[in-house]
Design a protein around this ligand. Sequence first.
Ligand code: GLU
Length: 304
Amino acid sequence: MTRYRGRFAPSPTGPLHFGSLVAATGSYLDARHQQGEWLLRIEDLDPPREIAGASDSIIRTLEQLGMTWDGPISYQSQRSHVYEEALEQLRQQGYLYDCGCSRREIADSAVVTEAGSVYPGTCRNGLPPGRSPRSMRVRVDAVTSRVQDRLQAPLQQQLATEVGDFIVRRADQLFSYQLAVVVDDAAQQISHVVRGADLLDSTPRQNYLQRLLGLSTPAYLHLPVAVDSKLAKLSKQTFAQSVTPDDRHGAVIDALRFLRQELPDSPHDASRDELWQWAIEHWDITALPACRTLTAPADYVAPS
Ligand code: GLU
């Protein structure tokens, strides 16, 4: 039997807010309920989007919330060499190519679908004359990708017509999230991924890369994402309120309620550790709401 190993993988784009607390709580409880390990990975791959001090602030908040992780914290910013190797492997397999298109050119010629715009394949068979390489893309085969989620309805995606050849190294030379997450989940032997449903549509791309790179595919559970009344995901951009030190306990209770988990009588009277112990024992994935978004309690959304 595979040993359960889960993870929480925040991007340090701001302090921990209610939406990320929900992902942390769900992944933590699912792992601990199954006597599994829970790892912490800081996805600091994108310096332009990073906020100084956010990694430390997230780590400190998790500690203060009483969540304990196994092993050292890993940082994607220290793993460029591993992502380089994965790109090299894709290149040798003939799946990687240089793309010289700018965003504007793609916007002008791309087919737009519900999932976004589909790259038209301009550089697929070599850079057109006069173009220099900007980003790197992975060639996508005409296959149907199926995701069997532990909570959400099964997902089918035709990568070729719905996504197109996708970027694995950006024009600013940064590695893409899709590449790094796949390489790291495999390197850390993650058996179960529990995260927000905003990433469900990325899963077929990740499964595709796993197949190309010969890596195993973890089990996935995509939790409903906390949104505000305008259905925007809580984030730094939507000015989500961070989880504050004075009501951490209340925030965990709210996250458990959001996930429709059973609470002890008078949860506010339980100690921090008693609350976690209860939540671990009573974690019940059949109670989770199988939807992609849910409105967050008003305290955690931007003041209007
Ligand atoms: N770093 C991503 C985020 O903060 C999560 C990645 C994942 O769980 O796969 O949204």
